[in-house]
Design a protein around this ligand. Structure first.
Ligand SMILES: Nc1ncnc2c1ncn2[C@@H]1O[C@H](COP(=O)(O)OP(=O)(O)O)[C@@H](O)[C@H]1O
Ligand SMILES: [Mg+2]
Length: 445
């Protein structure tokens, strides 16, 4: 057995090792070089401005963080978005919730567009916010085709174009997710034509368009062919699969929830708004939940289009479920591009870094989207990863071997924070009130 590195006091190690230690020349290097070997050495914190998170384990100091304060001040910090990854039960949601709670004290607002476990509802209630519960037999309904209110700086024509683009992106993503494949060129045209026909008709009767109207139009080949003009005689046939895909959202397990005028009006002054999808009913099939998450997100994101809405957080807890569907990733990524100009930061919670890779093989569009989304997160917080995930995590995030080693040994509430290329090990500290409010273990018992 090799002698211990630091022999206990009063019991010196073998003479040879003691002498070797004394003869070692002092090794000097720049902090930049040292940080490669030992990344936590060269850090002086991120500044005193921000929201208290807990303890910087290596610096023995408080760790505070505020992406809005760092944005534009720290080199390489190009966006306020945060990726949070870790195995189940490590305290990812607890961190997101305490970050949300503490942000509200700074005047931020917090939005949780899809909460599949219903665990954010007590948090919203405690903070004077609102929760909308969706599920069979519940009164709440959301129309994902609701038009976002027009910001005063944008002309009516431009805004109409923007809304059309967003609706098409949503419809295309939903259809791709149900069909499990990319849309064919004629199917794109079919959706286009159906949307325009439905919007025109809805405007004439003073209603908002609904997913059910789109499904009905897609299911009516004659109407599509007439509306399609030059494509006449073919568009109706080419849109058959689309019609079936849309039917899934209108009938079946999601019936009524996303196919009716919204029963909720968005209150921009509420400090927190969450959408509780825990009563959706588990059919064993993830697709219904994932489609519901997408519709709920689209509705909420469009309500957040006010550029004067202040600093806001959108928390995508359990976002890993969406990662497997390139159509949904694409929608999310365009939403993130829009949100930057609106003072909105996104926090995305996943389990493993390889969740990002399930969107497609290397070189595929899904993979490119996932990597783009990762690049859109200047802050990456890595909680404990399974041993077989370490390699993927290190490769995707460009971690040093010391960092990789560190993330295999993290305890609950402790994570590797990579903020624009700098590294910290941070222990998230929960106040007893927070602990009681956030306890997800209690529900399991
Ligand atoms: N920093 C922490 N200190 C003490 N307990 C914590 C901490 N973070 C989380 N917990 C507890 O661990 C349990 C699981 O946390 P949770 O946030 O639901 O995990 P995850 O979202 O990663 O699955 C919760 O009951 C919570 O109260
Ligand atoms: Mg969680």
């Amino acid at each position: 057995m090799p002698p211990p590195l630091f022999p206990p006091a009063g019991r010196p190690g073998p003479a040879s090792s003691r002498n070797n230690k004394l003869k070692l020349p002092a090794h000097r290097m720049t902090t930049a070089t040292a940080s490669g070997a030992y990344p936590f050495l060269a850090e002086g914190g991120l500044g005193a401005e921000g929201i208290y998170i807990g303890r910087d384990v290596h610096a023995e100091a408080s760790f505070v963080f505020d992406p809005f304060a760092l944005y534009g001040k720290v080199e390489g910090f190009t966006n306020p978005n945060v990726l949070l990854a870790g195995v189940i039960g490590q305290g990812k949601s607890a961190l997101a919730k305490s970050f949300a709670l503490r942000s509200i004290a700074f005047g931020y607002r917090v939005y949780v567009p899809c909460d599949p476990k219903g665990e954010w509802t007590p948090v919203a209630r405690a903070l004077g916010g609102t929760s909308i519960a969706l599920g069979p037999g519940l009164p709440g309904k959301l129309n994902p085709l609701d038009a976002a209110p027009r910001p005063p700086s944008v002309s009516e024509t431009d805004w109409a174009g923007e809304i059309r683009k967003r609706r098409l992106l949503l419809l295309g993503s939903l259809a791709r997710t149900v069909l499990g494949r990319d849309l064919l060129p004629m199917e794109h045209t079919g959706l286009d034509v159906a949307l325009d026909a439905v919007v025109t008709r809805a405007a004439e009767s003073g209603r908002t368009p609904l997913l059910g109207d789109i499904a009905a139009t897609l299911n009516n080949p004659d109407e599509l062919d007439t509306a399609g003009g030059l494509m006449s005689g073919r568009l109706g046939d080419a849109s058959r699969d689309l019609a079936h895909a849309m039917r899934r959202l209108v009938h079946g397990d999601l019936a009524g929830m996303f196919d009716a005028p919204s029963t909720v009006t968005f209150d921009p002054n509420s400090p927190m708004l969450t959408i509780d999808l825990s009563r959706l009913g588990g059919s064993g099939d993830d697709t219904a939940l994932v489609l519901a998450m997408t519709c709920a997100s689209a509705w909420m994101e469009s309500a957040l289009s006010d550029p004067n809405g202040g600093r806001r957080w959108i928390v995508y807890d359990e976002a890993w479920r969406l990662m497997r569907h390139p159509g949904l990733l694409q929608r999310m990524q365009s939403q993130w591009k829009l949100s930057r100009g609106l003072g909105i930061a996104n926090l995305m919670v996943i389990h493993r870094l390889s969740d990002l890779l399930t969107a497609g093989d290397a070189g595929s569009r899904g993979r490119a989207l996932a990597e783009g989304l990762l690049a859109d997160c200047s802050t990456r917080i890595i909680y404990r990863q399974e041993t077989d995930q370490l390699h993927a995590a290190a490769a995707l995030l460009g971690l040093t071997s010391v960092e990789t080693e560190a993330i295999s040994h993290l305890n609950r509430g402790r994570g590797l924070w990579r903020v624009a290329g700098r590294s910290f090990i941070v222990q998230h500290q929960l106040h007893p009130h927070e602990l009681a409010l956030f306890d997800t273990d209690a529900r399991m018992h």
